[in-house]
Design a protein around this ligand. Structure first.
Ligand code: ATP
Length: 270
């Protein structure tokens, strides 16, 4: 098995009697963007919690399987040790500390990291370059930022730990399309700077444009996996997860009307 990247191997998770994941395996190669898709309740957030070792906060536990990062098992580590090992999570719902300033939120993100002061200063410069608004609003309370800006702060806070792997839980949730597009473009920029990304999304169209590889979770199990381009081209995936109607059926129904356009390529505004 691979000694680099993240290896999730046969992982099952339960919340008491509720079995949320069954025998899930996936691989995030170093430097890659990998997407996990699935409907509500499929187990996407649970998978991220298993990796970041935060299941305990939700009374959940890994009941089988192992998770390794760069050859090192994460089993048994406290969540702050996972951050120190190079994995930072942006939880669903862009949970920022609303009463703290933007600057203090970012400082809090660096607390768990093993980095030196110089490394933290470099991380802050990177965050301000990615999201200039966070420099402009440094002294403002985080709760006063717009939804999109709070998502930027949540991502920026995770980046303050200088992670090698970023876990992103539904970054586009509840954002207007233009803001979701901006966040998506930033994910590519973050990845281009050398950070691997495991992206959980219900917005499959967006996720498949960002990722090289994708997994579809269905009621706690991996139902489909493969290159993102193949999944984006699959009628089954398009119908079930992209909200695109079957082209043949649509053509039949409209008797010769134009076929549906193919998936748009990524090209969001800045
Ligand atoms: P969504 O897109 O709605 O966030 P998801 O794919 O992230 O869904 P999870 O939140 O991981 O799915 O939930 C997977 C399953 O585990 C669901 O059946 C859910 O009800 C259950 N579950 C999640 N959190 C808990 C919890 N704290 N206690 C009990 N069951 C839970």
């Amino acid at each position: 098995m691979a000694d680099s990247g993240l290896v999730v191997d046969g992982v099952s998770v339960g919340y008491g009697p509720v079995r949320a994941l069954r025998d899930v395996s996936l691989y995030v190669p170093e430097g890659a963007v990998v997407a996990v898709l699935g409907n509500n309740g499929a187990g996407k957030s649970t998978l991220l919690r298993a990796i970041s070792r935060t299941l305990g906060f939700q009374r959940g536990a890994v009941t089988a399987g192992t998770i390794r990062f760069c050859g090192r098992p994460l089993d048994g580590l406290a969540p702050d040790r996972v951050v120190a090992a190079g994995i930072a999570q942006v939880p669903e719902g862009r949970r920022v500390f609303a009463r703290m300033t933007v600057a203090d939120n970012l400082r809090a993100g660096a607390l768990g990291s093993a980095g030196s002061r110089a490394a933290k200063a470099t991380a802050l410069r990177r965050v301000h370059e990615l999201f200039p608004v966070l420099a402009d609003r440094a002294a403002q309370r985080a709760g006063l930022l717009s939804g999109g800006e709070q998502q930027m702060l949540a991502v920026g806070r995770a980046l303050m730990a200088s992670p090698r792997l970023l876990l992103l839980d539904e970054p586009s949730l509840g954002l207007a399309p233009l803001m979701a597009a901006r966040i998506a473009e930033t994910v590519l920029e973050i990845n281009a700077q050398g950070t691997s990304v495991l992206l959980v999304e219900q917005n499959a169209a967006l996720a498949l444009r960002l990722a090289s590889q994708a997994y579809v979770l269905d009621v706690g199990e991996v139902a489909v996996e493969g290159p993102a381009a193949d999944l984006a081209a699959s009628d089954e995936i398009r119908r079930r997860y992209l909200g695109v109607v079957d082209e043949t059926a649509a053509a039949d129904a409209t008797r010769g009307a134009e076929t549906l356009p193919s998936l748009p390529r990524w090209g969001g505004p800045r």
